[in-house]
Design a protein around this ligand. Structure first.
Ligand SMILES: Cc1ncc(COP(=O)(O)O)c(C=O)c1O
Length: 470
């Protein structure tokens, strides 16, 4: 029989201190919870806000790393999910249900309308799993394992996805279970890898990539038959974890010309930037280029019962070349996830995010620029749509300042800000090559008042961090 203390843990009956004791004993610390100095429990969410157990309100400027683009507890999306729970909540993925077919149809038709190319959708559960499926499609079509990926790129933490994710820290203790990607510098113009200026460089980093194909001795191609050892280039059109970095407008169009010459597929990871984060359904739409494979996740279901998926060109994924059983997961295309995904597709058809997101983004950037003008430690602000960035630096405006960034994040998370006469918190996420970039991903429904509040709360946190440093 179980001891009483083992079973007496009903929801709501324990204090935060008791829960933390259980957490420290029974939860793995291998995820990212313990990045924060102090741990916070949340018990409610609504719109742009999270609430802790004491009822303190936190304005969320990262929305679950852009998974909850359409706001917490979005009534329209939640209603669809509730209905699905009461009709067909479970179904083995080997059987069909309407939502699965309609969601694939809506995605494929939208992509065909936008890019002018026919393709199909294959579902999975998480972002990294969908990346692995994309790797299979590439290998199946090209027969090649080797890939290019970007320095600063992040594609997830399964073993395959880690092999194309640039951070060595993520691979260090786990080894290489696939062929590690060849990592190419991303056009990160504020911190150019080559030390050049965007006004005069002529996209020198891209020219360097092109040069790799000039001679077999640069290791990537056999010029006698034009065959490359590389099957694909996996890219985030706007680097997400890397720090919401927007590349020059022509970069991907020019890159694709080189890739096409050698039969290298362009795989676009839209997991974080898709579903209107940048003001377009897919962030690649900003760059006038047609990818071969596209990967979706996160906001596809607004973070409800997550599913992910890939779109691939018909010749890469038709039943003749990618037959039944090529890849599968028990929970892929599950009825709750596909119902939520279909509701998201219906929602975006009814809304005009293509207009509202750039408008809100422009308003937000204007406010951030005003802050930058006041504080020399803000080195760069910008972004695309509502994928916004703020680089925290030393007072020279360029040397990364990770300590200041962490201090501001922790003050926000402490829920002790008082701007506006009410105690509040601010939820911020940190990214960037030097972990000094606030990657801001607010709800796409954020109001101007909430933006003003966010900027004011940020300024209070910044002032407190600067004062503590002085
Ligand atoms: C661009 C990108 N790709 C892939 C992933 C991995 O997705 P998941 O965490 O759902 O496996 C992420 C997650 O942050 C991401 O931002």
């Amino acid at each position: 029989m179980k001891a009483k203390s083992e079973t007496n843990h009903a929801k709501g009956s324990l204090s935060e201190k008791e829960l933390l004791e259980l957490e420290s004993r029974y939860c793995s610390w291998g995820d990212t919870v313990h990045y924060a100095k102090e741990l916070t429990f949340f018990s409610e969410a609504n719109g742009s806000f999270l609430y802790d157990r004491k009822g303190t309100e936190y304005l969320d400027l990262q929305m679950w790393y852009s998974a909850a683009n359409f706001g917490y507890r979005n009534p329209r999306l939640n209603a669809v999910l509730k209905k699905q729970i009461d009709t067909l909540p479970q179904l083995a993925c080997q059987y069909l249900h309407e939502e699965r077919v309609l969601l694939a149809t809506k995605l494929a038709q939208r992509i065909e309308r936008t890019l002018g190319v026919k393709g199909r959708i294959h579902f999975n559960v998480g972002g990294a799993s969908a990346i692995e499926d994309a790797m299979k499609v590439v290998r199946n079509h090209t027969g090649r394992n080797h890939t290019f990926a970007f320095m600063g790129g992040y594609h997830g933490r399964t073993l395959g996805a880690t092999s194309i994710t640039s951070s060595y820290r993520y691979r260090e203790r786990f080894g290489h279970f696939g062929d590690r990607a060849n990592f190419i510098p991303f056009p990160y113009c504020f911190r150019c890898h080559l030390g050049l200026k965007p006004e005069t460089c002529g996209i020198a980093c891209l020219r360097q990539f092109e040069k790799m194909f000039e001679s077999e001795y640069y290791s990537v191609v056999n010029p006698k038959n034009n065959k490359s050892e590389y099957g694909a280039f996996f890219v985030e059109p706007v680097q997400a974890t890397g720090g919401y970095i927007v590349p020059p407008k022509t970069y991907f169009k020019e890159l694709k010309q080189t890739l096409d010459r050698y039969g290298i597929l362009l795989v676009v990871d839209e997991i974080q930037m898709g579903f209107f984060r940048t003001g377009k359904f897919m962030s690649i739409e900003h760059f006038d280029v047609v990818p071969d494979v596209i990967v979706f996740g996160k906001a596809m279901t607004n973070g409800l019962n997550p599913i992910s998926g890939i779109w691939a060109r018909e010749d890469l994924i038709s039943p003749q070349v990618f037959p039944p059983g090529s890849t599968h997961s028990t929970f892929s295309a599950n009825p709750l996830g596909t119902a939520a995904g279909l509701a998201v597709m219906d929602l975006i058809e009814d809304e005009d995010f293509e207009t509202t997101v750039p408008q809100k983004g422009a308003y937000f950037v204007k406010k951030l620029e005003a802050l930058k003008a006041k504080y020399p430690c803000i080195g760069h602000v910008g972004g695309l749509g509502l994928a916004l960035r703020m680089e925290m630096c030393r007072d020279d405006g360029h040397t990364p300042n990770r300590e200041l960034t962490d201090a501001i994040m922790n003050i926000g998370l402490s829920g002790t800000l008082t701007t506006g006469g009410k105690q509040r918190g601010l939820i911020l996420d940190i990214g960037g090559y030097y972990k000094n970039v606030f990657t801001l991903a607010p709800s796409l429904y954020i109001t101007e008042e909430e933006i003003d509040l966010g900027v004011a709360l940020f300024e209070e946190a910044l002032q407190r961090a600067l004062k503590a440093r002085a």
